[in-house]
Design a protein around this ligand. Structure first.
Ligand SMILES: *Cc1c(COP(=O)(O)O)cnc(C)c1O
Length: 427
């Protein structure tokens, strides 16, 4: 740690266990003391342009005054109450607004605090949907190579099994069926054959629509999603879209499912739900799924209820974030960012080791042939004045929709420089 390391970091460092981190060898993290717009302010006063919007959450930029005002107002009145037996305006308004925004009859929101827990709840809903209808034996899930759905034990089982994050735990939890995403008629036929064999054991198909995010920003088309809808219906299986990354405009439509014109039976939301201010997630079910839980039988109810579920402060932030989507400027912002990412990253295609450059909505990706040294690259990006944290084989940008053009240019320039296609003298 350097001379400018703040005291709190020096004294606390021995006691904090950091995420995805080999604590013995990792470089120290960057001490952040403030945020504004698309920038992080470090303890030594330097500002970094944030290329990631804090793991894709801060879609309107940091400290948005409208979200801040909603938080101030709510914190004075009621920061939290339990949701068992009590109701409050922020959650009820949010549930109604999500139902209005989501296509089809995805109308029934169950709130939680993290994405992983929302996925677990969606998985429970799917399992119990079949049980409640008297169908037995549908105890497994079908998910896809390249997928990521969280770090908790059950969500690990539906992540890509080869991918380094969770492969250590193979055998700990029941194995799910992991397949290749169908990308053409042959792929759909192969999955159809798999489901003909194992479909009666499957409760639901689980997929991140259009972009497999944490698995490497892998793209697929709307045809894939339509094929999954057809296959799910043909084999009596539910379809769950995990829109925790893609939801709220990131891919260019408010929800990725809208690009395919189909709806899943359950959708999970989190990340940008509160505009990057507080933890909140939701599993939103269709009328049919919700209907399977309506009964005279108490056993047919969904037995779930996280302590902090539907936290009023978080719901107030989410409502304020939804307000900011209402005027539609996010659409032109995502288009503006998309164009800048395409032109700004394209030169990287000729860089050594680069195998692909791709852009969808406000997501820009430079993929390398092999995994990149994350810690070293983060440090070099900090020297360039930007905050970019590569993942596996990809360097990617997912900035706030509000990022000003000059900051966006700094991000793409930094990626070009680290990829080795631009030298310091060139601007
Ligand atoms: C981040 C993410 C999750 C997990 O969310 P957490 O809040 O980290 O638990 C699940 N699914 C997708 C698609 C994600 O991007």
């Amino acid at each position: 740690m350097s001379a400018t390391t703040p005291d709190w970091m020096t004294t606390g460092a021995a006691h904090v266990w950091r995420p995805y981190c080999q604590m013995q060898t990792a470089r120290p993290p960057q001490p952040v003391v403030a945020t504004h717009g698309s920038r992080l302010v470090l303890a030594d006063g330097r500002e970094l342009v944030d290329g990631l919007a804090s793991w894709w959450t801060a879609c309107h930029g940091y400290n948005h005054p409208h979200i801040a005002a909603a938080l101030h107002d709510q914190i004075e009145r009621m920061p939290h109450v339990m949701f068992g037996g009590l109701a409050h305006e922020p959650a009820y308004s949010l549930a109604r607004r999500l139902a209005d925004l989501l296509p089809g009859d995805l109308n029934h929101a169950f709130f939680a605090e993290s994405g992983s827990v929302a996925v677990e709840i969606a998985m429970k809903m799917a399992l119990q949907f079949h049980i409640n209808r008297g169908v037995t034996g549908r105890t497994r899930f079908l998910s896809f190579r390249g997928g990521y759905h969280g770090d908790t034990l059950a969500t690990m089982t539906v992540c890509d099994p080869e991918e380094g994050m969770h492969s250590l735990f193979t055998g700990v939890m029941p194995a799910q069926v992991i397949a290749d995403l169908p990308r053409d008629a042959a792929g759909e036929a192969a999955l159809d054959a798999l489901l003909a064999q194992q479909g009666s054991e499957i409760a639901a198909i689980l997929v991140e629509p259009l972009v497999q995010g944490a698995g490497g920003m892998l793209l697929h088309g709307p045809d894939t999603l339509r094929a999954l809808r057809r296959l799910a219906d043909a084999h009596g299986v539910l379809l769950i879209f995990d829109e925790i990354f893609t939801g709220f405009g990131r891919t260019g439509s408010l929800f990725a499912m809208q690009a395919a014109g189909i709806e899943p039976d359950i959708v999970t939301l989190s990340k940008a739900l509160t505009g990057g201010s507080l933890p909140l997630s939701a599993a939103v079910a269709s009328r049919r799924v919700f209907g399977a839980f309506l009964s005279e039988d108490p056993e047919a109810a969904l037995m779930h209820g996280p302590t902090y579920m539907a936290n009023p402060l978080a719901c107030a932030a989410a409502n304020a974030s939804l307000d900011l989507f209402e005027d539609g400027t996010w659409r032109s912002d995502v288009a503006r960012i998309s164009a800048a990412l395409a032109t700004g990253l394209e030169p990287c295609r000729s860089a050594p080791g680069v195998v692909d450059v791709r852009v969808l909505g406000a997501i820009g990706v430079v993929e390398f042939a092999s995994p990149v040294p994350v810690g070293d690259l983060c440090a070099r990006f900090v020297d360039e004045g930007v905050w970019i944290r590569p993942m596996g084989k990809v360097i990617y940008l997912t900035p706030a929709f509000s990022i000003p053009d000059p900051d966006l240019a700094l991000l793409t320039r930094a990626v070009r420089r680290i990829a080795g296609v631009e030298t310091a003298a060139v601007d």
